[in-house]
Design a protein. Sequence first.
Length: 437
Amino acid sequence: MEQMTLFEDQVARPLAARLRPQSLAEFAGQRHLLGEGKVLRRLIEEDQISSMIFWGPPGVGKTTLARIIAGQTKAAFIDFSAVTSGIKEIRTVMQKAESNRRYGERTIVFVDEIHRFNKAQQDAFLPFVEKGSIILIGATTENPSFEVNSALLSRCKVFVLQALTAEELTGLLSRALTDERGFGDRKVDMEPELLEAIAGFANGDARMALSTLEMAVLNGDTDGETIRVTEETLEQCTSKKSLLYDKKGEEHYNLISALHKSMRNSDPDAAVYWLARMLEAGEDPLYVARRVTRFASEDVGLADPKALEMAVAAYQACHFIGMPECTVHLTQAVVYLSLAPKSNALYTAYESAKKDALSQLSEPVPLNIRNAPTKLMKEIGYGKGYQYAHDTEEKLTTMQCLPDSLLGTEYYRPTEQGLEAKFKARLEQIKNWKKGQ
């Protein structure tokens, strides 16, 4: 068999592997941890690594960070895989690390996919982490609170790595076209909008973004020495015609408007369709979840107080498991909100109050509801006349809480929709009681 040359082996490697950052300067994303002066950057640059867990979604640089540490540390570095290693291999490595410690040498053990280790395997690390034989660095896509033993977790600092932004991915893709390790030695003709589309499609995953770019370039149209990547090429490589949905352009706002107005019109079928249009085009599910949460109070409100709970739960589910699994959670929230009774009373209440608040910014707080933490404040009347509602049988008082100029103003006007009818009845009961005093 003919042996491959080193050059051929390099070319055969995937783009994501060829372009893997070799230093912090090349690393994309995680500015909250690796920006100038940030804690993780200082630890790496000063070679003061302690046991830690990198937790984040796929393709955000967990393994790359470990390899950058390996290249910069003066400690022995051992790369471990939770998929292929058992307790026997762990103990062998630990014994070697203990021997190194006795000679004053540090050992860093990197465990990829540490959540795949069972309790017994994780326990095998614990005594060596405790006495400093090893510095453990684990990488996981799962919540370490649930997947890593509490005793081991308590001895590790958890760093949360975030999905890359579209801008960060677009920058990475642009570098791939010019870097000699990428396509820098070729002439690739590709519109910036297509790079942005790939960045949106990748949904924060750098590895997916680079793999998609590689497939598009390799399948591009050759025109002399130029490789031309078109919109059609990209659609064929991803099997998604909706890929070119612009998350900052008009279509973005048209679709979220369609979703919002379909839910407001109590049309669950239309709402689910527009939801699918957005998500399958690569829209950030957390963006959709935030808009759904707004809708829950703006258009449903106290007509169904559980609507907000449903929306917030959907947001948390999206944050916890991401795409594509979270599509069903958003669908549940969208259908629930579509069928819920509607009231915009909370929205109109705030908008009316905001108008008065902005036009009367200097209106003083009535003395009776001011706090009086000092003797001087009490002497000049702060808190004088305050009535503590819990001291009354009805838990109500006739105390004035609005400024004099706004006395009698009504902002919240509840409707008869759903449970808001009960809130309306209660508000009328309170007002009638106060009138009768």
